[in-house]
Design a protein around this ligand. Structure first.
Ligand code: PEP
Length: 252
């Protein structure tokens, strides 16, 4: 059965000390609590090793927010999937709309990143989603399908089974404008159908598909109660334990 997951994406926030403090406060808030989902914190590269150390012994998994599209070598400033894995992080967020829009990450680049992540035994949390104009012109299903096809459908069924997807309508990210539960369910069901057509029903049913875009304490329960929404990728509301915890607890 697929897993329910609540994953934070800290983006470019928090100094190292602040990040360790935040990881500790999430760990402390979770201590002794029974939670019904996996909990992941996605941190900037420089935080990874320290946050992995801080959350040791807890249920929290750690994700990088990116990794390079090359394995190693003369790529100044880049961080490889192998380097991420060497910190003890188990996940990597790939294809976030901010990376696609501001850093020119194409489907082809993302395809390489996914392969390198898998080679290094990292679980990719692969983001897909349409911009407002694409939704308003009714192209959102085609856009999302193309993003999946171009970066992931080269994978074997076995490797595809290792992927977590995050549907993040770009118009909902950081805007306070959340997709309605019905809009999220409609797209997640479409994504699952697309996966079933390519890889079969079993793999489609076992793939966790997270929703992302202004998800918070007040809308998480309704969003997560949809049959095809398996949790959330959380930006702004993951920056304080007090805001992140109720989203995790939406699964209780
Ligand atoms: C994100 O960046 O992945 C995200 C969902 O951000 P926010 O929750 O702030 O909209």
């Amino acid at each position: 059965m697929r897993k329910n997951i609540v994953a934070g994406n800290w983006k470019m926030n928090k100094t190292l000390q602040e990040g360790i403090e935040l990881a500790k406060s999430v760990k402390d808030a979770l201590a002794g609590k029974k939670v019904n989902c996996e909990v992941i914190v996605g941190t900037p590269f420089i935080h990874l090793a320290s946050v992995v150390e801080e959350v040791k012994g807890s249920i929290i998994g750690v994700a990088a927010e990116n990794a390079a599209d090359k394995a190693s070598g003369a790529y100044t400033g880049e961080v490889s999937a192998a380097m991420v894995a060497s910190t003890g992080a188990k996940y990597v967020i790939l294809g976030h709309s901010e990376r696609r829009a501001y850093y020119g990450e194409t489907s082809e680049i993302l395809k390489n990143k996914v392969l390198l992540a898998l080679e290094n035994k990292l679980t990719p949390i692969f983001c897909i989603g349409e911009v407002l104009e694409e939704r308003e012109s009714g192209k959102h299903f085609d856009v999302v399908k193309k993003q999946i096809e171009e970066s992931l459908f080269n994978l074997s069924a076995e490797d595809f089974g290792k992927i977590v997807l995050a549907y993040e309508p770009v118009w909902a990210i950081g805007t306070g404008k959340t997709a309605t539960a019905a809009q999220a369910q409609e797209m997640h069901a479409f994504i699952r159908k697309t996966l079933a057509e390519k890889y079969g029903k079993e793999i489609a049913d076992n793939t966790s598909i997270l929703y992302g875009g202004s998800c918070n304490a007040s809308n998480a329960k309704e969003l997560f109660s949809n049959p095809d929404v398996d949790g959330g990728l959380i930006g702004g509301a993951s920056l304080e334990a007090a805001k992140f915890m109720p989203i995790i607890e939406a699964f209780n």
